[in-house]
Design a protein around this ligand. Structure first.
Ligand code: RP5
Length: 174
């Protein structure tokens, strides 16, 4: 596939323990032909490295930052504080609170520092949203996104037809 979006996506995780949850994000970025870098950095354990990465992200060719973290998840907000790039937060379910802690920590940003927050463990949607942002500057990527939506719609239509068939068969048997 022609890898034509000009910008890369940075996928930052608070811990390598977040990696299995974030795999669908990387798969979707690949499917859309978007280059990415994956790093483990923590707002709490490596605050200086996280801040430096975000501060240099634009000049290093990134167009969007995806930040995944669990528990008291300040990673997305800290990265957003150090860049004007859009930051997408993925709250990770990695605690006794089922991810609600990470959701609130990620989404409840004060005015001035927005974080576009997807669902708890919403790794695939983070990639799709990043692709939609980058598609503003890439007609080819916009076309891939349109094709993706058409495939989804065709899949739902197929499942609807199959369900109708099952219901009719059940009715004929009874
Ligand atoms: C967060 O704490 C990470 O994003 C991870 O979801 C959670 C647990 O991290 P580990 O203790 O597994 O490294 O900072």
């Amino acid at each position: 596939m022609n890898r034509d979006p000009v910008f890369k996506v940075a996928v930052i995780m608070g811990s390598d323990s977040d990696f299995p949850t974030m795999k669908p994000c990387l798969e979707k970025l690949s499917a859309f032909g978007i280059d990415y870098e994956v790093r483990v950095m923590s707002a709490h354990r490596t605050p200086a490295a996280a801040a430096a990465f975000a501060a240099g992200a634009a000049e290093n060719g990134f167009g969007v930052i995806i930040a995944a973290a669990g528990k008291a998840a300040h990673l997305a907000g800290v990265l957003a504080a150090h860049t004007v790039l859009p930051v997408i937060g993925v709250p990770i379910k990695s605690s006794t609170l089922d991810g609600l802690d990470a959701l609130l920590s990620t989404v409840q940003m004060p005015a001035g520092i927005p974080v576009a927050t997807v669902a708890i463990d919403g790794a695939a949607n983070a990639a799709i949203l990043a692709a939609q942002m980058l598609a503003l500057g890439s007609r080819a990527l916009a076309e891939r996104l349109a094709a993706f939506k058409e495939e989804m719609a065709a899949d739902v239509a197929r499942r609807d037809r199959e369900l109708q068939l099952k219901i009719t068969q059940n009715q004929n048997e009874n």
